[in-house]
Design a protein around this ligand. Structure first.
Ligand code: GRF
Length: 191
């Protein structure tokens, strides 16, 4: 059984997608732990679903945040999912878990990725650039922000009426099935 650690910083709808896929037997996996770097609704979702939930406050552990996170991840975890996780992981952490960390990003990488490209900033930039298409990407995490190999990508049309808010909603809905597809692909690749 694939054991997963999920790292969150916000609403946790992608975490919920994993929880639901497991419950529906659409994904053969088990969430070992949910870790948040701040108090957020994602933590609450974990608690409601009786999943081990840990807060590793980024403000308390500025320099050793990655080390503290690492200490909360069981050694037998085969996959770490960054599901809206906003803190930057250090190179030691990334090397230690190399090939086992994936991230979901709300754009068609390599477009609209990199430093500062998170949350609404991404959707605003897509609208401002007059893009006809947007979407989401699940990729491996390397030391280059949003730069690792792509596992799965889904595309939607940007309509002329879209605002960054409506686009964000559309992309977030698309993220959920995309993340599940990516985890399944990952499972096959490492099997
Ligand atoms: C998603 O848009 C994800 O791509 C980005 O942060 C958002 C998290 O949403 N990295 P949620 O917390 O999973 O609802």
């Amino acid at each position: 059984m694939l054991k997963i650690a999920v790292l969150v910083s916000g609403g946790g709808s992608n975490l919920q997608a994993i929880i639901d896929a497991i419950a529906a037997k659409n994904l053969k996996a088990e969430i070992s732990v949910v870790i948040a770097d701040r108090d957020c609704y994602g933590l609450e979702r974990a608690r409601v679903n009786k999943i081990n939930a840990v807060l590793v406050d980024r403000k308390l552990h500025k320099l050793d945040l990655s080390k503290q996170l690492d200490m909360q991840i069981p050694c037998d975890c085969a996959l770490i999912v960054l599901a809206g996780f906003l803190s930057i992981l250090d190179s030691k952490f990334i090397q230690r878990w190399s090939g086992k960390i994936i991230n979901i990003h709300p754009s068609l990488l390599p477009k609209f990725g990199g430093a500062g490209m998170w949350g609404m900033n991404v959707h605003r930039a897509v609208i401002d650039a007059g893009e006809k298409k947007s979407g989401c990407t699940v990729h491996y995490v390397t030391e280059e922000i949003d730069g690792g190999n792509i596992i799965e990508q889904s595309v939607i049309e940007v309509s002329p009426n879209d605002s960054s808010e409506t686009l964000q909603k559309k992309v977030l809905e698309l993220e959920h099935p995309t993340l599940i597809k990516a985890i399944k692909k990952f499972t096959k690749e490492v099997a």
